[in-house]
Ligand binder design. Sequence first.
Ligand SMILES: Nc1ncnc2c1ncn2[C@@H]1O[C@H](COP(=O)(O)OP(=O)(O)OP(=O)(O)O)[C@@H](O)[C@H]1O
Ligand SMILES: [Mg+2]
Length: 335
Amino acid sequence: MSTLLPYSEKRIDSLEEEIQFTGVMADLVQTHANTISILARGFLEARKYISPVEVTNFLDEHLRARIGTRLIAEQHIALHFSSKPHNELADEKIHDHDSSYIGVIDTALRPAEVIRHCEDIVGEICELKYGVRPSIIIDGNPETTIAHIPMHLEYTLTELLKNSFRATIENGKERTPIQVTIAPAPEETPATDTGITNHDQGSVDRASGSNKPAVSSSGNIRPLEKSTPGVTIRIRDRGGGISPENYAKLWEYGFTTFNDEQITDKIDGGSQSNGDALNTISTLGAGGSSLAGLGYGLPLGRAYAEYFGGGIAVQSLWGWGTDVYLSLRGVGKVD
Ligand SMILES: Nc1ncnc2c1ncn2[C@@H]1O[C@H](COP(=O)(O)OP(=O)(O)OP(=O)(O)O)[C@@H](O)[C@H]1O
Ligand SMILES: [Mg+2]
């Protein structure tokens, strides 16, 4: 607040001032890059005093606001570097007229490419930690493109694939590929009709019914009135599904069934040291990567999807596997 407040009263009129402002934005984005793991650690340490419902209410509102703040800052930075005056000053010309990018938005983003990229990242973690790497088959319409934020899609898909890969490995089904189906949303039916969207992004968690909007909701972020075509991605794994008991807690921040020892035992009878989620966080802090452990993947992934009017729905066939539906709407349309 104190960093930004001075700019609410100041006009930015010159190139120098704009450069300085972009520097402030870049600092802001950088300084708060690790917020998620810091918050996770804090709430874990304070779990004796704060109920899971309170934690979820707070985080849902806070992290959704964070997505918005960061997006605006990152968009400003990206537009700064691609803008004409700065690009002309720069040694390396980065502006490409054929580019499908507008700032951080890719107007021709191919989900299939993002899926392959995330498969590599998650597969690498599996290989390093457990010595096995489940595979993915992409069907449906892999040519589909959507106007979206690559960073957001990458985050969400990585989380969903981590969950599916982990379940697949734990269930001993690593030879059965995970099936990812890409379906472009029909033009005439907006994604709002799919029933897995959020109407009041920013302050409503529909699944838990928490944070009901205030009577005057004018301060809330409104859903997009005009959006570009959307896409639905279904991730189908043979990971054994989710028990009804766990299914009820899926959208709670901090809910996890992850136990590193257990999964390592399943793979090779190994004896890697572990404790609870706090240890997972310290591993994360040390630069190690893990398949799971914080219990933030699903709720935060959904917050990203809902930010532009999409959503995540999980369908579990207990004893067999899980279907996760990620629906995305394109970002707003500019006429
Ligand atoms: N595809 C799936 N198959 C089986 N269980 C799943 C699947 N996806 C999620 N789960 C269950 O839901 C729980 C919560 O998932 P979530 O992604 O929110 O947290 P996590 O994976 O435990 O930790 P992380 O914060 O690293 O994602 C998981 O611990 C797991 O028990
Ligand atoms: Mg997860």
